[in-house]
Design a protein around this ligand. Structure first.
Ligand code: C2E
Ligand code: MG
Ligand code: MG
Ligand code: MG
Length: 279
């Protein structure tokens, strides 16, 4: 459950149980005001195609800059936002911001947005996504939604239906943190998705023990399923070389660029000339 996993994360920074409860309480009490006052921002991290050696898109990553306490990592506040339900409006705000920003990216680039299981399971999720797309006018094929195994396992039938509806709209779905959540692989058969995202924990052990075998197996599995692979958390040239050798399609990590404001991505975002299609 979200509460237990949340506390698991914080205990690294706040070993005292009383402090954990206080910190969690503080986050809960601050979240709403923070959202209202505009503390939140979306950073972008490049995704690099190994075949063409080019940036093909960006992952949108939520940031909370508290006026007094500074940056608060998503690992600390997203679980609380999931418990209170705040993740639903915040998640929709991220999606809208990402779709708006997508319009200033070159037309062959896409944006990936993380979707919380809580958000994905709300009754009107698909219609809200459809509304944001209509409102911003983006081409849905340039949008990718990252969902986790946990989301898919909560209510398999509903999750499969949502993923099918997203697919019908032309949106692609990536399975984030693949291999870390749920060991029953049967969902790979039941769920429609287009990309497997190899978790950082496998990437940073790719050159150790059986790490390489696990990564190669994930790539082989993806190929057999007809989906693409993206590796996250790529930090070294050695990891990139091994991922390329394993046949991984796309890489993302500090080696290629840290998450940052869109304006820091070094893109030419001048308005497109009159007469040309804008997005
Ligand atoms: P994730 O979706 O698996 O995102 C990858 C995380 O790895 C990001 O952490 C990113 O900054 C970090 N990262 C990227 N490259 C490297 C690298 O080379 N080395 C290392 N050590 N880390 C790297 P971040 O931004 O702190 O986000 C953590 C998690 O919070 C995300 O994991 C995602 O599950 C969640 N999250 C972030 N933004 C959102 C959002 O808008 N909505 C929801 N529901 N969850 C979000
Ligand atoms: Mg992600
Ligand atoms: Mg991930
Ligand atoms: Mg991850």
């Amino acid at each position: 459950n979200a509460r237990a996993s949340g506390i698991g994360n914080w205990s690294v920074f706040h070993p005292d149980m009383g402090q954990i409860a206080d910190y969690r309480q503080w986050i809960e009490s601050e979240l709403h005001a923070a959202f209202q006052r505009g503390d939140f921002d979306v950073y972008y991290q490049p995704q690099h195609d190994l075949a063409t050696d080019r940036v093909i898109g960006y992952e949108a990553l939520l940031r909370w800059r508290h006026p007094k306490r500074g940056m608060i990592p998503p690992a600390e506040f997203v679980p609380v936002a999931e418990e209170t339900g705040m993740v639903v409006p915040i998640g929709e705000w991220v999606l809208r911001k990402a779709c708006t920003d997508l319009k200033s990216l070159p037309q062959d680039m896409s944006i990936a947005v993380n979707i919380s299981p809580v958000q994905m399971m709300t009754k009107d999720f698909v219609s809200r996504v459809r509304a944001v797309i209509a409102e911003t006018g983006v081409n849905p094929s340039r949008l990718e939604l990252e969902v986790t195994e946990t989301a898919m396992m909560q209510d398999r039938e509903r999750a499969a239906q949502v993923m099918r509806q997203l697919g019908d709209m032309g949106i692609s779905v990536a399975v984030d943190d693949f291999g870390t959540g749920y060991s029953n692989l049967s969902y790979l058969i039941d769920f429609p998705f287009q990309k497997l995202k190899i978790d950082r924990s496998f990437v940073n052990r790719i050159d150790k023990d059986n790490g390489g075998a696990v990564v190669s197996t994930i790539v082989g599995l993806s190929r057999a399923l007809g989906v693409r692979t993206i590796a996250e958390g790529v930090e070294t040239e050695d990891q990139a070389t091994l991922l390329r050798a394993a046949g991984c399609d796309v890489v993302q990590g500090f080696l290629y660029g840290r998450p940052g404001p869109l304006a820091a991505m070094g893109l030419d975002t001048r308005p497109v000339a009159a007469g040309a299609t804008v997005h």
